[in-house]
Design a protein around this ligand. Structure first.
Ligand SMILES: Nc1ncnc2c1ncn2[C@@H]1O[C@H](COP(=O)(O)OP(=O)(O)OP(=O)(O)O)[C@@H](O)[C@H]1O
Ligand SMILES: O=C(O)c1ccc[n+]([C@@H]2O[C@H](COP(=O)([O-])O)[C@@H](O)[C@H]2O)c1
Length: 220
């Protein structure tokens, strides 16, 4: 480490929450790109037990966790945080981040989401409180665009948007930053329907996850 770097930079922790039903490269690759771009010290994948905005899940939590653990091996520095699986209430991000913040008061937290999540963010439970714990990092996702935010949401979110990743160092939390990494056109919904038809694609999911799905006959 040079004498001028990192002396004042806070320790940076990135968290990608998701249903991961199943996990795919649209989750992992943008997260790894963001980790590099933002020089994150840690990156964790956090499977949701009861995703607040979804009508249930397809594979049970234990399978989603196992697939997430396999996918985490795709990046040397990725870990899995299973804390939400220990709660039997909706996996509200605000509760999770409040807990993490209590455990680690001094780290800078970055909650990673895709653009589709930004479009619904003002409907998340206590969304303003979420931004007191973390920065929100939004990755591009085919089919979704910031321009699709309605007028009311644009106004609500405007004070939080931040143009440069460099300036994030000056804020402990509370900024929303949009990053422009290569996009990956895949969703768990599309994969589930392909798997039902016995179609698997190693360009969209790690082979280890595909093998797990086959072994446990998931999504049939
Ligand atoms: N292809 C993608 N590119 C960028 N972000 C993505 C992509 N797929 C998912 N994400 C983001 O990852 C997080 C978890 O997504 P989730 O597990 O719901 O996957 P999904 O593919 O959207 O699932 P489903 O199709 O079942 O709704 C969300 O913040 C979502 O915006
Ligand atoms: O807290 C909320 O109200 C909330 C609403 C929607 C999604 N989330 C979180 O956002 C992450 C991605 O959710 P999903 O449904 O796209 O898999 C996951 O960690 C969810 O718990 C959280």
């Amino acid at each position: 480490m040079s004498s001028t770097t990192n002396v004042l930079a806070p320790y940076r922790v990135g968290i990608l929450g998701g249903t991961f039903d199943p996990i795919h490269y649209g989750h992992i690759k943008p997260a790894l790109d963001i980790a590099k771009q933002l020089k994150l010290d840690e990156l964790s994948l956090m499977p949701a037990h009861i995703p607040p905005h979804k009508q249930g899940t397809h594979a049970d939590a234990m399978h989603r966790l196992k697939m997430t653990e396999l996918a985490a091996k795709e990046g040397a520095s990725i870990t899995v945080d299973n804390r939400e699986l220990t709660r039997n209430t909706p996996s509200y991000t605000v509760d999770t981040l409040a807990q993490i913040r209590q455990e680690r008061p001094n780290v800078q937290l970055f909650f990673l989401v895709g653009m589709d999540s930004l479009l619904s963010f003002t409907r998340w439970y206590k969304w303003q409180e979420i931004l007191t714990y973390c920065h929100l990092v939004v990755s591009v996702r085919p089919g979704y665009d910031k321009a699709l935010l309605n007028e009311q949401d644009q106004q609500a979110l405007a004070p939080y948007f931040c143009d440069s990743t460099e300036s994030l160092v000056h804020h402990h939390a509370g900024k929303i930053v949009l990053l422009n990494q290569p996009s990956i056109d895949v969703s768990s919904t599309e994969l589930r329907s392909a798997i039902t038809n016995n179609c698997f694609d190693e360009s969209l999911q790690p082979k280890s996850v595909i093998d797990y799905i086959k072994r446990h006959n998931l999504y049939r």
